[in-house]
Every structure is written in C-alpha cells, then in structure tokens.
Write a protein that binds this ligand. Structure first.
Ligand SMILES: Cc1cc2nc3c(=O)[nH]c(=O)nc-3n(C[C@H](O)[C@H](O)[C@H](O)COP(=O)(O)OP(=O)(O)OC[C@H]3O[C@@H](n4cnc5c(N)ncnc54)[C@H](O)[C@@H]3O)c2cc1C
Length: 588
C-alpha cells in the first residue's frame, strides 16, 4: 500500500503487523529498555526535573542508555549502531515514552539531532560523529526554530556567509532541546539571504553561547535554551547536504520524528493507564474501591480503547515503513537512504499518528488526574507530572494544526500528481449518491462484516467531502483551513479505526474469537464513536461550502456513509473496565 492509499484501498488483515506478533528478540529489547527506565529514570524523576540543581543527570543517563545500545539501535553497524529493524526501533520508542523528560532528550538526540548527519552527511561527517553519537559520548541537538520563525520555519533569519575556508554564522535559535549539554548542534541558516541550508556546529566553537534554561509548563527535566551565534566560524566541510536544500533535511527528519513521537506517547499512555487502574483499585470511597463506580469504569475503558487504537495504528505504520525500507534496500539504496525515502512515502501516515497519539495521551493523562482526584493535583503522585509533560506533544515536531494541514495537503498533492487516484472513486461516489443504496449480497455472517463495511463507507464520506471541496475551491482549497481541519479529523479517525479493526481481525485469526473478545469490543466501541465524529466533521465541512440541493444530497450521503448499528457501548465499556480492574493494568 502506498502512502495515503488507505483512503482508496483496503488492506488485508493478514498484511498488517500487530504488536501481538513481536518476536522474542523484540520483546527482550522492550524488557531491557523498560528495566533501564524503571531502575534509573523513575527513581530519579524528581531530580531530573530539577535540572538546574542536577544538570549532569540527563547527560549521564544518556551515556548509560548509549552503553546499552539504546541510542544507536537504529544506526547502521558501520557507524557503531546496532542496525535493528524498524519495528524494534518502534518498540524502543514506545518504552522511552514512559520516561517523560528523559525520553524527550533521547528523541531529540537520536532523531532530529543525529538523523540529519546519517541522511545528509558526507562519509567523513558520518565517520567523525555517528559512532560517538551512538554511544552518547557526543550529544546532539537540532536548531531550526527562531523567535520569529516557528511553524514558518523557512523564514529563519540566521545567516551563513562563506569566508575563505570557513562559514560564518550569525543569528539566534529558540526552544532548542538538549541545548544545555549538547556537543553538536544541527543548525539551519540562510546562505545569500534565501538559500536555506544545514550546518554542523560543535559546542566549543567561539561565538556560540546559550540563553538561560526556559521555565516551562512541563518536561522540566528536558534542557530547552536559546542558542546564539555571533560570528561563529566553522570549517567549510561542516556544511550539511547542499546549499539551498536545508528544507529537505529539516522536513524529512521530522517525518520519522513524528512517527516516533506517536509511538512514544502511546507508550506513555499505557503507563498512565497502569497507574490509574492501580489507584482506582486501591482508593476507597463510600466503603468501596472507586473502580467499582460506573463513571470511573467508563474512564478506564475509554483510556484503554483510545490507546489500543493508537497502538494498532503505530505498528501498522511501523510495518509499512519497515517493508518499504526492505524494498528500497533491495533496489540498491543504503539503509539510511531507504529509511529517509520510506518516511517521505508515508509522511501522511506519520502526520496522522503524531496528531492521533498526542491528542490521545492528553485525554488519557487528563482522566488519570481525574481518577486520582485531589491526589492527582499533588506533586507527590506521578500523574501531575505526566499531565504537564504530555502537553508539549501537540506543539513540537510541527504543531497539530500544521500536521493536519500537511496530511490533507499531501493527499491533494499526490492526487494532482497522479500518484493517488482520488478523483475516480470521488466521481463514483457522486453516482452512487444518485442511485438507490446497494445493499449488496455479501456474506453478512462474516466476522466483522458490519465493521468492514462501515470503514469502506466512511472512506466514501471523506472522498465525497474532499472531492466536492476540491471542485468548489480548486487551488484555493489550501486556504480553506476550517475545511481542511475537518477533512483531516475524518481521515485520522478512519485510519485509526481501520487500524484497530485490522489488528483485531488478525488477532481473532491467531487466537480465536473467544480469546479476542475484549479486542473485538474495543474495536467496535472505537468505530462506533469514530463514525459519529466523522459524520459531524463531514457535516460541518460540506455545510461550509455547499448549499441547496447539492448540500441536501451530500448530507444524506454523509449520513448513509457513517451508518453503524447502534450498540450498547455502556455494557461494552463495563466489560473492558472489568478486565482492567481484574488485571490491575492496561489489558494488552
Ligand atoms: C519545549 C519545546 C522544545 C522544543 N524543541 C525544539 C528543538 O529542539 N528544535 C527546534 O528547532 N525547535 C524546537 N521547538 C520549537 C517548536 O518546534 C515550535 O514551538 C513549533 O514548531 C511551533 O512554533 P511556534 O512556537 O513559533 O508557534 P507558531 O508557529 O507561532 O504557532 C502559534 C499557533 O499558530 C498556529 N499556526 C501557525 N502557523 C499557522 C498556519 N499557517 N495556519 C494555521 N495555524 C498556524 C500554530 O499551529 C499554533 O497553534 C521546541 C518547542 C518547545 C516548546
């Protein structure tokens, strides 16, 4: 399946990878990371957050993680890495999501800090820096944002001028993760005024200075500072990639970054759920555990359902990326080139996962605080920190607004270029709307028949709304942000619900229906709610530009395409929560 093609194609359950299929080796990797986080990070979580008092703690733990292979896991072996497959990298990200600020430091170091060199560095740069980045001897950060250019990153003002054998950098970067202890800064600057270009700058270069640590809402243990460049002279060979091609570096590393952020927040959500269930079982009010109460059971179940869906989407995308990497390597690309190209291919899915995961974790940690009641508001308990720390995920690696626009924008772009045929199915849907509904002669007794049909139809709802919007606005559509946001929300919900469905179908095949009962319930509840959201978003979107008979016809279509038999979601959630209460944890 090509990037974005989920909208017009059906993937077979047998073709998706599900977390239940993780190999023994991948599970061992998970245990290793989890033990490190439990034994090193959690006992020091308060100290890590007081970073001004303990500035050496995060760098020390980074080196310890490096010694275990956690920093170089995804790097090729020739540069000191472990060269693990992409699914194993995903498992590692999931576990790192349980380490709060420390996870942010690792993600910035291994992702946006290291990948620009792996993807775009010269062989000399790779040999010089990657082995030490892999062990954590060198620590990296990524300097894109400036006071006046955040989402509009290419409007950066930092300048680079070639003076003989040296580049001279002048300017200012802001919000730079790991800045306080980094040895290496990936810096973006304009050459000749408008040629956006990447550079590698070493810490001890004269003229490079740091601002104070930012006083932040959350991730207080993550170093975030401004970085100033005043006549910073670096060797000519520290140019990264080509002059004027810095945007490719800046944006392409963000594709993988967004995917990994999605995996991390999913891991963080599972951890918050574990903590919330345990508390709900221990805390007694009205002479009984609060987990006895339906209101609390609803919360627990919903936290788990959202996380199950995000988990399913994460490993579905991880597998698409892994397969693409294998395919491209077989065509002769290096592993680094293959990874870069694979992430570009699935940039729509990566953006979807970033938004989905970061918004799910905010729901989960918010409800965790609520389950804790007053203690949730206390610094003595872990959920207050988790609540604060989760919020940043909707802002960095491209805000969720930018990622929503990116997801829809890329779909439209692929359609225009002829890479994704959205037009034919959109036209077919218009014809279908004018005809009598086709009730089909499929085998309705097939497991998950109604759910698969609902997903097929929900895709039609998106194609109908986006096709009509494209016809109405043509090139102007990119400026209709409200419509784009609704279309993105619809696509996120449908992709996620389909991911949960495919996973569940596969698990039923592996373990049988009875053993998969909880997963079947989760999938159905998620889908049922998702279809209502898709209906509402679709209605708002089309009412924004259509009127009269056209609007009426599309509203009927929207209703038809988001239909699903009403189900007893209260009973389903109760059953899901009962299992969580019994196992005292997230159920999978
Ligand atoms: C803790 C932290 C760590 C960070 N780490 C790094 C790092 O290591 N390296 C780095 O380079 N940067 C880093 N950043 C910066 C981060 O990537 C930016 O904050 C982010 O991209 C948003 O930019 P901004 O803050 O300037 O917000 P703005 O771009 O000013 O956005 C403000 C609001 O306007 C919206 N908006 C902006 N443009 C549009 C548009 N065209 N259409 C619709 N809405 C729009 C945004 O979605 C947002 O809601 C970090 C930030 C924080 C807070």
């Amino acid at each position: 399946m090509k990037g974005g093609e989920f909208l017009i194609k059906e993937q077979e359950a047998n073709d998706v990878f599900v977390p239940e299929e993780l190999s023994e080796e991948q599970r061992m990797f998970r245990s290793m990371a989890f033990e490190f986080i439990e034994s090193k990070i959690w006992p020091n979580i308060g100290k890590i957050d007081k970073q001004l008092e303990n500035p050496d703690l995060v760098p020390k733990f980074l080196e310890e993680a490096g010694a275990l292979g956690m920093l170089g896991a995804g790097l090729p072996e020739e540069y000191g890495g472990m060269g693990v497959d992409f699914v194993t990298e995903t498992v590692l990200s999931e576990e790192l999501g349980k380490s709060l600020s420390f996870g942010v430091a690792v993600a910035a170091h291994t992702g946006i800090g290291t990948l620009p060199i792996l993807y775009y560095g010269t062989e000399e740069q790779k040999q010089k820096y990657l082995p030490d980045l892999s062990t954590g001897k060198l620590k990296a950060s990524y300097c894109l944002t400036e006071p006046d250019s955040g989402s509009d990153a290419l409007a950066a003002k930092t300048k680079a001028v070639l003076d003989g054998e040296e580049w001279v950098l002048n300017g200012q970067k802001m919000w730079i993760t790991n800045a306080g202890f980094a040895d290496l800064y990936i810096v973006f600057a304009q050459v000749d005024g408008d040629k956006f270009t990447g550079f590698v700058v070493e810490r001890d270069t004269p003229g490079l200075t740091l601002g104070d640590e930012e006083v932040k809402l959350g991730i207080k243990g993550s170093s975030t500072r401004q970085v100033f460049f005043e006549d910073v002279r670096i060797p000519k060979e520290n140019l990264l990639g080509e002059i004027g091609k810095g945007h490719r570096i800046a944006f392409n590393v963000l594709n993988i970054g967004r995917f990994k952020l999605g995996a991390m927040v999913m891991g963080g959500s599972k951890q918050a759920i574990d903590i919330a269930v345990k508390y709900a079982n221990e805390r007694k009010q009205f002479k009984q555990p609060i987990s006895n109460f339906g209101a609390i059971q609803h919360k627990l179940a919903e936290m788990a359902i959202k996380t199950y869906a995000a988990d399913s989407a994460t490993y579905r995308i991880a597998d698409l990326l892994a397969d693409k990497i294998t395919e491209l390597k077989a065509e002769g690309l290096s592993k680094a080139e293959a990874k870069l190209k694979a992430a570009e291919e699935y940039n729509i899915e990566c953006a979807i996962l970033k938004v989905l995961g970061s918004e799910s974790i905010d729901y989960v940690v918010d409800e965790a605080v609520q389950i804790f009641g007053g203690t949730g508001y206390s610094e003595e308990y872990p959920v207050a920190r988790m609540y604060r720390d989760a919020r940043i995920n909707r802002i960095f690696e491209g805000t969720n607004e930018i990622n929503r626009m990116l997801a829809v924008g890329q779909m439209m772009k692929k359609a225009m270029k002829g890479e994704l045929d959205l037009m034919t199915p959109a036209m077919n849907i218009q014809n279908e709307l004018m005809s009598i509904p086709d009730f089909g002669d499929d085998d309705e007794s097939e497991l998950l028949y109604a759910e698969k049909k609902a997903i097929r139809n929900a895709k039609k709802a998106i194609l109908m709304a986006s096709g009509a919007a494209a016809q109405k606005y043509m090139m102007e559509l990119e400026n209709q942000q409200e419509v784009l946001m609704y279309l993105a929300d619809m696509a996120i919900d449908v992709f996620t619900a389909e991911s949960a469905l495919l996973r569940t179908e596969k698990v039923v095949g592996l373990r049988g229906e009875e053993a998969s009962r909880l997963q079947l319930l989760m999938t159905k509840v998620y889908l049922s709610d998702a279809l209502e959201r898709v209906h509402m978003a679709g209605k708002h979107a089309i009412a924004g530009f259509a009127e009269g008979d056209e609007l009426r016809m599309m509203l009927i279509g929207m209703k038809r395409f988001t239909k699903y038999e009403p189900m007893n979601t209260i009973a389903a959630r109760k059953e899901i929560a009962a299992k969580m209460i019994e196992t005292n944890s997230y159920p999978f």
